[in-house]
Structure formats: C-alpha cells, structure tokens
Design a protein around this ligand. Structure first.
Ligand code: AMP
Length: 215
C-alpha cells in the first residue's frame, strides 16, 4: 500500500493522510512536517530550507530527494506509506519513479485533492496549529474550547509563518506553476483518483476508502 496525496496547500491532504495512515498502519511521510521539524531543531538542512519556506517557495529538489531516499530506506516504510506533499515538481516525480524502480517497488494509487483558490486562502489564513501535538484548528470553523489552547493537550496554538495571506497566495502560484502539471503526468499512468476536497471531511474519507476497496 503505497500512496501519493497530491493537491494544493490546504486541500486537506494532511488530514486525510493521517486518518488513512492510522487505519492502514503505515507511516504518513509529510515533507512539510519533516522540514518544519528540521527548522525547529535548527539543523543544517532546516536552516537552508527555512529561507525558501518562509517565502512560500519550494525547497530545492536535492534537499527533498535526500529526505525521501532516507525515509523510504527506513524499516517502518517497508510495508507501505503515504507520501503527503511529495512529489511537487515533475523532476521530483521522475526521480521518485527511478528510485522506486531501483528498489523494485511501485505506487498503488494517487489521490488528487481539488479545492478552489479562494477556499484555500480562507482555510489557511484562519488555520492554527498546536505547538505541542500538531492538532489543527480554524479561527472560524474549528474553534478550541479555550481561546488559543489545544483541546487535546492544552498546548498553545500558533499560526504558521507561511499561512499569512501574502505567502499563501505565493504558495498557490507555485502550486499552479510547478505542482499542478503532475496531474496530467500521473493521469497518463492511470493511477489517479480525483477527490473533491471541498466537502465534509468524513465523506471524503469514505470516498477514499471505497475507492481502495474496489481497486
Ligand atoms: P506543506 O506543509 O506541505 O505545505 O509544505 C510547507 C513548505 O515546505 C512548502 O511551502 C515548501 O517550501 C516546503 N516543501 C514541502 N514539501 C516540499 C517538496 N516536495 N518540494 C519542495 N518543497 C517542499
């Protein structure tokens, strides 16, 4: 069970990937999460990546490909994984495909989450994250019981630096320019399942599960 979750930032890929990963007992490999951890630990890679992330730009392919190679080599990935936020460029997709060939492996399904830009801007600018457990909230649609305090672990909430309107708009430009061509690329491989990402979170998850049961 090896999946790719494609889509613009804020399309709900991460939320669905977490649910499926926990159901299937496979790891969710989020390149964004890995980079944010490196930034907060101030590693050499984190310091390099921060420069690009803060501007809403993509981190150079060689950094990302290094992360992915290391992850796929790990024992926890041997029975499958969900790639969430990777690949994001045609070059990354080509490199992934040759990496998988080398280890005699393949992707089983690719889900493309579709959400309109104006909805994404609203979702991301209002998004808040728990600094301790990573739980996601929204200032309008998913409020905490106590202002700015996580309902699960009492951690403090923060707004990601790249969730401001100016940077979200830049991230969307980058998505349309560099990542959306992957939709055509993967359509040709007949592995792509389109998901309407604007609906109810539970309904979207049911659709993903139903697709996997049939295929
Ligand atoms: P995300 O949390 O997936 O929205 O990613 C946050 C930021 O991390 C992106 O805006 C990029 O700067 C960087 N990033 C994450 N995944 C990739 C990737 N596959 N290629 C290049 N940059 C990435």
């Amino acid at each position: 069970m090896r999946f790719i979750f494609l889509g613009p930032p804020g399309a709900g890929k991460g939320t669905q990937a977490k649910k499926l990963a926990s159901d299937c007992q496979i790891p969710q490999i989020s390149t964004g999460d890995i980079l944010r951890a490196a930034v907060s630990n101030k590693t050499e890679m984190g310091l390099k990546a921060k420069f690009f992330m803060d501007k809403g730009k993509l981190v150079p392919d060689e950094v990302i490909l290094g992360i992915i190679k290391d992850c796929l080599d790990e024992e926890r990935c041997k029975d499958g994984y969900i790639l969430d936020g990777f690949p994001r460029t045609i070059n990354q997709a080509i490199e992934l495909s040759s990496l998988l060939k080398e280890i005699n492996s393949k992707i089983d399904a690719i889900f493309n989450f579709k959400v309109k830009d104006e909805i994404i801007i609203n979702r991301l600018c209002g998004r808040r994250v728990c600094k301790d457990c990573g739980a996601l909230y929204h200032v309008e649609y998913l409020k905490t019981a106590k202002e700015n305090i996580c309902d699960h672990c009492q951690g403090e909430l923060y707004q990601r630096k790249d969730d401001t309107e100016e940077i979200v708009k830049k991230r969307l430009l980058v998505y349309h320019d560099l990542t959306s061509p992957l939709i055509e690329y993967y359509k040709k491989l007949s592995l792509l399942k389109e998901i309407e990402g604007e609906g109810d979170v539970r309904e979207i998850y049911k659709e993903i599960k139903a697709f996997l049961e049939k295929n």
